[in-house]
Design a protein around this ligand. Structure first.
Ligand code: ZN
Length: 255
């Protein structure tokens, strides 16, 4: 079972760091194939140091569909001069991911993007996700909501507010913006992103019927969410399958 990001100090472990780079590069390629990316924007990061403050991130304005493992930059959340580098990252990516990794050392992998259905959910006045089926109940009790959108995240204040809103949640619905997902490994984060987008699609489709929703009781939602724990390991099987598909189509993400 791959568990690359859960091994906290990766900088002295070339094999584990290389595997993490490949997994994160695969997540970019897959996100482009699923249509969840936004032009050449959006950002994924994975911590490589024990304190979580040094992390891999995609270079500025590189399309998700062509990112290679070796393209990923190493950034330091405590470096005040990151944006002065000749290869400075995208400003909004740095603002959000720098603040989250600085605030939450336990967050090893952070995927932020604008998938269409999850982002449509984020556009609702109440962007919470009620437990109306198994997929939506997967996120019962672990989904945070931020309603303080203050424009494109180019200032420290926006990043710090989002980091606080994340709290102990696995998922943050960013009102008027998009979503972020945090997990110990790339595979688990990608699986939550997959189910989040599926959940938002199902919920919005049910809403569009105009019929009253059959929202589960808290007890049933809790039981269903707990039932998902048995299936958490599916994330690794799914991700390895998707990587095998990528290998057949274009294995250059591994370079
Ligand atoms: Zn965004």
């Amino acid at each position: 079972m791959p568990d690359t990001a859960a091994v906290f100090d990766l900088e002295g472990d070339a094999g584990a760091l290389g595997a993490l780079r490949i997994d994160l590069a695969a997540a970019f390629r897959l996100t482009a194939r699923f249509g969840w990316h936004e032009s050449v924007g959006n950002h994924f990061t994975a911590s490589i140091s024990r304190d979580g403050r040094r992390f891999l991130m995609n270079p500025r304005w590189r399309h998700f569909g062509e990112i290679r493992a070796s393209d990923l930059q190493v950034l330091d959340a405590d470096d005040p001069d990151v944006m002065l580098r000749s290869d400075a990252p995208d400003r909004s990516g740095w603002t959000i991911h720098g603040a989250v990794h600085r605030t939450h050392p336990h967050i090893r992998v952070l995927l932020h993007c604008h998938p269409p259905h999850a982002t449509a959910l984020a556009c609702l006045k109440d962007p919470s996700l009620p437990p109306v089926d198994q997929n939506t109940a997967r996120f019962y009790g672990c989904l945070g909501v931020d309603l303080g959108f203050g424009g494109i995240a180019n200032d420290t204040e926006e990043g710090e507010r989002l980091a606080v809103a994340f709290g102990d949640h696995r998922v943050l619905i960013m009102g008027n913006h998009g979503v972020s997902v945090a997990a110990p490994t790339v595979a688990e984060a990608f699986e939550d992103l997959y189910f989040l987008e599926r959940s938002a699609q199902i919920y919005l489709l049910a809403l569009s019927s105009g019929q009253p929703l059959s929202v589960m009781s808290d007890a049933l939602a809790r039981k269903t969410a707990d039932g998902w724990l048995y299936y958490r390991a599916q994330a690794f099987e799914h991700f390895e399958h998707l990587k095998r598909q990528l290998d057949q189509l274009d294995p250059s993400y591994r370079d």
